[in-house]
Write a protein that binds this ligand. Structure first.
Ligand SMILES: [Zn+2]
Length: 321
């Protein structure tokens, strides 16, 4: 029994019991306060999620995915969560918390790490992002020098603290990738080279800067629109494996199918992968009479040959901002 969840459980039970006993037993002021009930109903998904059992699952890909059993990130020492779309895998949220606290201890009295978006409670598309779909992508504002809460301009960037933060993320492979504008990279690169005297090979593994083209595998990569924030892709290996294992347990391999033409229907897509239209409808939470449209992306659960069942197939990763 998890006692921290008892208050939430009590509220859920109370709400369930209301239609039968509410009018008779609750004080009039409480029973007739619509705002209170509206608030309770709105909070219900959060309460239910806090009770949700099982490990987090990062389903699919960052640019086409879903989050199951996600955890809501909350503000704490050194961490300020600015968005309501702050659901991540358990590893993402725990990692973020741990690192923000570590940096706050190293640099006391400075501004918090400000998190804008992570994912929606169930993941999926989150405006205006292309990724952020399976609880592994986190947008953070830039640590600033002095008393500023955030660096809106490169001259205010707290390079030393940002460097410490990035190295903590890289340690133990917590993050795969950080998207940051070339301007941010240039300041960090200069600091690493001149002040820390990092060897050239290490600089090259860390930075896309000063090379213009994208270098696959570098930790810091340039992406448009990342001048005043950075985008972190957490590795979250347990949540990725949990999703792949769940697919393997069901004897399927998850494929992302893009609808190309009008001739494609649920039946033709299903036939192409040896599955059923019902499986596609249920996996994509579509209506029974959904007409596919061009460019629509679908999860298809392709049956595995019997020998491969239980082997597990971690999905490939997509990038993006
Ligand atoms: Zn982002």
């Amino acid at each position: 029994m998890n006692f921290r969840r008892l208050p939430a459980l009590a509220l859920v039970l109370l709400l369930c019991a209301l239609p039968r006993t509410g009018q008779a037993t609750l004080p009039v002021a409480v029973a007739e306060a619509p705002a209170l009930w509206l608030g309770a109903v709105r909070a219900l998904p959060l309460i239910l999620a806090s009770l949700s059992p099982g490990p987090s699952r990062a389903v699919g890909w960052p640019a086409f995915g879903r989050l199951e059993n996600g955890v809501l990130a909350r503000s704490t020492t050194g961490l300020f969560i600015r968005s309501r779309q702050a659901w991540g895998t358990a590893e993402t949220v725990a990692g973020l918390r741990g690192i923000a606290q570590e940096i706050a201890t190293l640099y006391p009295g400075r501004g918090d790490l400000i998190v804008t978006d992570i994912s929606r409670m169930d993941g999926g598309h989150l405006n205006p992002h292309r990724t952020h779909q399976n609880g592994r992508d986190v947008d953070v504002l830039l640590y600033a020098l002095g008393d500023l809460p955030r660096a809106r301009d490169l001259k205010d960037l707290d390079v030393e603290r940002t460097w410490a933060f990035l190295m903590a993320l890289r340690r133990d492979g917590m993050a795969d990738l950080v998207l940051a504008d070339m301007g941010i990279q240039q300041k960090l690169y200069t600091y690493a080279k001149k002040s820390l005297e990092l060897p050239q090979a290490e600089l090259e593994a860390l930075f896309q800067y000063p090379r213009g083209r994208k270098i696959k595998g570098t930790f810091l990569q340039h992406a448009k629109g990342h001048r005043t924030h950075m985008h972190i892709r957490f590795a979250s290996p347990q949540a990725v494996a949990a999703s792949a294992l769940e697919d393997a347990r069901r004897g399927v391999e998850r494929v992302a199918h893009i609808v190309v033409g009008r001739k494609e229907t649920l039946a033709t897509v299903a036939a192409q992968y040896g599955t059923t239209p019902e499986s596609i409808v249920s996996e994509n939470r579509l209506g029974p009479r959904t007409q596919l449209r061009r460019g629509q992306r679908l999860f298809v659960l392709k049956p595995l040959p019997q020998a491969q069942v239980n082997a597990g197939h971690p999905p490939e990763d997509a990038q993006g901002g």
